[in-house]
Design a protein around this ligand. Structure first.
Ligand code: ZN
Ligand code: ZN
Length: 411
């Protein structure tokens, strides 16, 4: 029986079976400073204690610093070059059309969650938005549902039913902090009632897009996170907290969004139709960022690649413009799913297509977003000391399961 084996191997990495329940939390858009400021404000006592007595490290997320590529990296333990998900949205060259990358058919590697479940572990996954549910739950025999569609979970489609009753909270609005609270509350109730061996909780960055670290609403969010994590800790769980990416203000000093409309620039320089700009941040939920992030890809060939590259490179606010192979190698991306050029904005700048294609009317506060290199550093926090860790090792957010399962010292 597989279930007797001490370890589970997935995508070339080996994970020890948990001796205590392991809960990995991906706090969407959690720039490390959010934790620092909440602790300084005195609203996150559990985190304060954990950062002192457990482990506090900084790791790198995957670029593009977007939600789906990073969540999939975390649950597969490998970069997008292996698992294939490099955005929310991409240009499917084989089909000749721009499509969402939500379909598990685009996933090229199994998740460690599915493999652990296959080997007899009890696994539970709770996401905030439904867009991630099918990817994270691919091949998984266990519990998997989103807060957004918690009311629709059935034994058949989610491995669990009557979720709102179990959690004791109403199904929240998709644009709210309550959506993330529901995820944590569900994680605690699952721990109380079913005690899964492995739990993955993934929130939404609604608050982080709106509020800087230390803002009242941000601190209230982390106070909420702190309350639920302390409950999981009290139940004996090994907790690993990381983020899919950081978050930066993307504005000038007057608070106006600093946007480069790349399709407009390329149409003016090369003539309309010569280049196609794809924004992989695009998804059905764009109210809080207007589909503006700091990462874009451009399809040029057959066309004036060098000219396109040159005209983008000299724009103020551009961090770098890389050709496909260079970008794929540097950021570990699948070359067949990115354009001929990868364009990255600097820490104050986001990239759009054309001004008339972005609805910024939903932006009631100065734009904050992500996608670039400037949002690459994220927290790796554990409520245990880690042992046997090479101090020179490059840490990634997708090492979080390795660190929690293979390196966390027992309590
Ligand atoms: Zn995110
Ligand atoms: Zn976001």
């Amino acid at each position: 029986m597989k279930a007797n084996h001490e370890t589970v191997e997935v995508n070339g990495r080996r994970y020890a079976r948990p001796s205590a329940p392991v809960v990995v939390v991906c706090v969407d858009g959690c720039e490390p400073d959010y934790l620092t400021q909440a602790i300084r404000a005195g609203v996150a006592p559990w985190l304060a204690h954990t950062l002192e007595h457990g482990t506090s490290l900084i790791g790198e997320c995957v670029v593009p610093s977007f939600t789906n590529p990073n969540n999939l990296s975390i649950v597969t333990g490998v970069p997008p070059a292996v698992h294939g998900i490099c955005g929310n949205y991409f240009f499917d060259a084989a089909r000749g059309e721009e499509v969402m990358m939500n379909d598990p058919a685009y996933l090229r590697a199994p998740t460690l969650l599915a493999r652990f479940a296959d080997s007899g572990a009890r696994v539970a996954v709770v996401t905030a938005k439904d867009k991630l549910r099918t990817l994270l739950g691919e091949g998984l025999s266990g519990i998997c549902f989103s807060a957004e569609k918690a009311g629709e979970a059935t034994l058949e489609n989610a491995g669990i039913e009557r979720v709102p009753e179990l959690v004791g909270l109403p199904v929240p609005s998709v644009y709210s902090a309550d959506l993330s609270e529901f995820v944590f509350a569900a994680g605690v109730r699952l721990q109380e009632t079913r005690r899964p061996d492995l739990t993955y909780l993934s929130t939404t960055d609604y608050i982080q897009h709106k509020c800087a670290p230390g803002a009242l609403e941000a601190n209230a969010f982390y106070a909420m996170v702190d309350r639920y994590l302390s409950k999981l800790d009290a139940m004996g769980a090994v907790i690993g907290l990381t983020a899919d990416h950081g978050m930066s203000a993307k504005t000038d000093a007057a608070g106006r969004p600093r946007v480069l409309y790349l399709q407009q620039v390329l149409d003016d320089a090369l003539g309309p139709g010569a280049a196609r700009v794809i924004l992989p941040i695009t998804d059905p939920y764009v109210v809080h960022h207007g589909a503006l992030g700091s990462f874009a890809t451009v399809y040029v060939s057959p066309g004036p690649l060098a000219q396109a590259r040159e005209c983008l490179q000299r724009l103020p606010g551009i961090e770098c413009v890389l050709e496909r192979e260079t970008a794929a190698a540097r950021f570990e991306l699948p070359p067949d799913r990115i354009g001929d050029l990868v364009v990255i904005g600097d820490h104050l700048t986001v990239l759009g297509t054309r001004a008339d294609r972005h609805d910024l009317s939903g932006l009631t506060v100065p734009l904050r977003s992500h996608g670039g290199l400037s949002e690459q550093l994220v927290p790796l926090v554990f409520n245990r000391r880690l042992e046997g860790l090479d101090p020179g090792r490059r840490l990634r957010n997708f090492d979080v399961f390795d660190l929690a399962l293979n390196h966390a010292r027992s309590a």
